[in-house]
Design a protein around this ligand. Structure first.
Ligand code: ADP
Length: 501
């Protein structure tokens, strides 16, 4: 190896013994040293190389060296273990290069045969690799940064949402969700980044997605969080569950709740009927007792068996009444089970997502108007979701043959102690005569209808201390609304409804 001054001669001699190629550069990026291995590698002599710019070593590959110069001049990159560049010595050879900066502003580069590629090629290859993953991954996959800006969008996501990758990358992820989730999403993300409190990340949930044509569909969303170096981002996997088996299971669950509730409804209706008719057995008991009293008072010993018989009947009636009252108490107690404070927006979202299952072909557009910062309601979430499910399904049934198909689900504070939730549609609406029977059991205008949905909904809502009602819409459509009391008022409301006639 030849050096520029005698102080480096000893080092040069050592480096000449090395099998790896060493090239030194000074602060001006001129070659200041070149060992034997480097001479062989680049097909040059050290004598000619000294004083030349670094790029001179690769006349056939001039692009490679500028990245090396950058490598040398950027202190944070210098000394990092393996940077790759491509060299040429008659035939193309792939090299790795390590670099150490020197105190005088120069640097020592060490080249060794290594795996393929310049830095740019590495990036291109990684991109090609990521793109092939994005093209083949079966689920829709979306990557966002911490500001919610979409960084990657898989081919399946393009199909699912109807957006082209080049149109959606760089946009906010909230573009893929309907209002009000769209407006609130940035806040959710900020909240998570500030507090670490998870709502979806690492958990997975059923939510409503919105396509490019603004139609909505139920989807299951799983979000993972990734930290690489200084980068922090989120990857979401989305599955369209419009037709999914698991959702059917969940619907079955709700269905069994429906059966349970229909029993409660029947019993509830029976209870009110019995409450009216309870006087009948009571007066029968009174009659038996009076009769028995009279027979005994007459002192006729032959009449005694009849008196005993009357007393026996009275006793049986009394026991039966006691049994009925105990049953009614049991039913009422079961109705209260499972109530807790539930967040309105997510309860609505899940119910609507489930209700939209199977609705893809109908291309119903769903909009949500959920007042911000609604306090939680005190409710059995599954029962209220059952009500929502009934109302949403009815709205979709109603719009089957009409156009446009626009459904709106709204929730807001009605008064300081009550929330009102409503489902409106652009269907044909209802005959004003029919609206009188709407909430009665077995009223239906559908060929395959059961006519129990609305009556069960009424039972559920009223058991929660709320009210359900219908409002016609102009020019056409129906709106079903129900109220729910807020937690602190539940006891008062229940007490009031007990005293209502
Ligand atoms: P079902 O859906 O089995 O008929 P429901 O009790 O849910 O039972 O509904 C009773 C009836 O109320 C329906 O058959 C229909 O006539 C009417 N109805 C309910 N919701 C709507 C709506 N959104 N638009 C028009 N009619 C409705």
């Amino acid at each position: 190896m030849s050096g520029q001054n005698s102080s480096s001669d000893r080092l040069s001699a050592c480096l000449d013994l090395a099998s790896e190629a060493f090239v030194g550069v000074n602060a001006d990026q001129q070659i200041s040293a070149c060992n034997h291995a480097a001479e062989r590698l680049f097909g040059v002599t050290a004598k000619l190389a000294l004083g030349q710019p670094l790029g001179w070593l690769q006349p056939h590959n001039p692009d490679a060296m500028p990245s090396l110069v950058k490598l040398v001049t950027q202190p944070d990159m210098a000394g990092s273990p393996m940077h790759k560049c491509r060299a040429e010595d008659g035939r193309t050879q792939d090299l790795s290069v390590r670099c150490a900066t020197l105190a005088d502003g120069g640097a020592m580069l060490c080249f060794a045969p290594g795996p393929v590629a310049s830095q740019n090629q590495g990036i291109e290859e990684r991109e090609a690799h990521i793109n092939s993953v994005l093209a083949t991954v079966p689920d829709a996959m979306i990557e966002i940064d911490t500001a919610g800006v979409i960084q990657a969008f898989s081919t399946a996501a393009e199909r699912l949402f109807g957006f082209r990758r080049e149109d959606i990358v760089g946009q906010n992820i909230s573009k893929l969700m309907p209002e009000p989730y769209r407006t609130h999403h940035d806040r959710y993300l900020e909240h998570y980044l500030a507090t670490g409190e998870r709502r979806i990340i690492g958990i997975g949930r059923v939510v409503v997605g919105q396509r490019a044509d603004l139609s909505t569909f139920p989807m299951e969303l799983t979000v993972g969080e990734v930290h690489t170096g200084s980068k922090h981002f989120f990857i979401g996997f989305v599955r369209d569950i419009t037709e999914r088996q698991e959702v059917r299971k969940r619907l079955q669950e709700l269905q069994s709740e429906l059966i349970h509730m229909s029993r409660i409804t029947t019993l509830g209706e029976m209870a009110s009927t019995l409450a009216h008719e309870i006087n009948q057995p009571l007066s029968a008991i009174a009659n038996y007792l009076q009769g028995a009293q009279k027979l005994i008072a007459d002192g006729d010993s032959e009449a005694l068996p009849r008196a005993a018989d009357a007393l026996g009947r009275a006793t049986r009636q009394t026991l039966r009444l006691g049994e009925i009252i105990r049953n009614m108490r049991g039913v009422a107690a079961r109705g209260e089970v499972g109530r807790q404070n539930v967040e309105v927006a997510s309860m609505i979202e899940e119910a609507c997502a489930l209700a939209l299952v199977g609705a893809a072909s109908q291309s119903v557009r769903v909009s949500f108007e959920i007042a911000a910062d609604l306090p939680p309601v005190h409710a059995n979430a599954i029962q209220i979701q059952q009500v929502l499910l009934n109302l949403v399904r009815n709205a979709m049934d109603a719009m089957e043959a009409t156009s446009p198909k626009q459904m709106n689900v709204a929730a807001q504070l009605l008064s300081p102690d009550r929330v009102i939730i409503s489902v409106s549609d652009t269907g044909p609406g209802l005959d004003p005569d029919a609206s009188d029977h709407l909430f009665q059991s077995f009223f239906t205008t559908k060929p395959g209808g059961l006519g129990v949905g609305l009556s069960i909904s009424r039972t559920i809502v009223e058991a929660h201390g709320g009210r359900i009602f219908f409002t016609p819409l102009t020019p056409q459509g129906a709106k079903f609304s129900f109220t729910l009391p807020l937690p602190s008022k539940v006891d008062d409301a229940a007490a009031r409804s007990r005293h209502d006639p």
